[in-house]
Design a protein around this ligand. Structure first.
Ligand code: HEC
Length: 217
């Protein structure tokens, strides 16, 4: 067993040395990656290989990630402004749905797999990154806690003030397309990318902002 390991390690070391002798260019690496994707992935059910295509903001953020440097602030603001233009504001001016539906949606990470149907409603997956209801014991911490959201953002104090309206709009925008406010956010661009519908986004708005929602108790 030990001898086999030694042989394997020697082979890997030899391969690494051989690799250094003729380092592929970044164009070669891009082509190799595209070829691997083409030969290894295929459409299945509702999941299409095209989900691997990246848009400009993904490409710029990935490059910054690889370089280990944050985006230049002017570039970040320009990209955010582009994303801001993708947001559709509710035509009837009504941002609030049903917090009870919002709670179920926030807890569900279901959807977007090949065995789902085109009309399957996806979950919002919010609990995977955020605390919401203080009574909930299972939640992720990649995003900030949203417990007491309306209170911490000053909406409950005076729901009709211009400041509260600005928060309502920001919250809608954040759920619609998180990158409009933080260029390389890891939060999914939920409505923009068709993960959830506008009606579902309204239910999540109520979960965050309705005074009766468990989030605000
Ligand atoms: C993969 C992790 C992830 C998921 C899933 C996620 N978020 Fe976020 N969210 C974040 C992060 C990280 C931030 C902090 C700001 C940023 O980087 O965009 C954030 C910020 C927010 C904010 C702004 C908070 C503030 O005080 O300004 C709101 C509102 C929000 N998320 C709501 C949601 C809702 C609703 C869902 C479910 C549809 C959700 N998030 C799903 C990671 C996530």
């Amino acid at each position: 067993m030990k001898k086999q390991h030694t042989i394997a390690l020697t082979l890997i070391a030899a391969a690494v040395v051989a690799g250094c002798a003729s380092t592929p260019s970044s164009a070669d690496l891009d082509k190799m990656t595209a070829d691997i994707i083409k030969s290894s992935f295929h459409d299945r059910g509702i999941v299409k290989v095209s989900v691997l295509n990246t848009d400009e903001i993904n490409t710029v953020c990935s490059a910054a990630d690889v370089a280990g440097k944050p985006l230049d602030s002017d570039v970040a603001i320009a990209l955010q402004n582009e994303q801001l233009k993708t947001i559709k504001w509710p035509a009837d001016g009504n941002y609030m749905g049903d917090w009870q539906k919002g709670e179920k949606l926030a807890q569900s990470g279901k959807g977007l797999t090949w065995s789902d149907k085109a009309d399957t409603q996806n979950g919002g997956n919010c609990y995977n990154c955020h605390q919401l209801d203080p009574a909930e014991i299972s939640f992720g911490t990649i995003g900030p806690s949203l417990t007491g959201y309306a209170k911490t953002h000053g909406v409950l104090a005076d729901p009709n003030s211009p400041a509260s309206k600005a928060i309502v709009e920001y919250t809608w925008g954040k759920i619609y397309n998180s990158r409009a406010y933080s260029a390389c956010s890891v939060m999914p661009r939920a409505v923009h990318n068709g993960i959830i519908t506008e009606a579902q986004a309204k239910d999540l708005m109520a979960l965050l902002l309705d005074p009766k929602s468990p989030v605000n108790q």
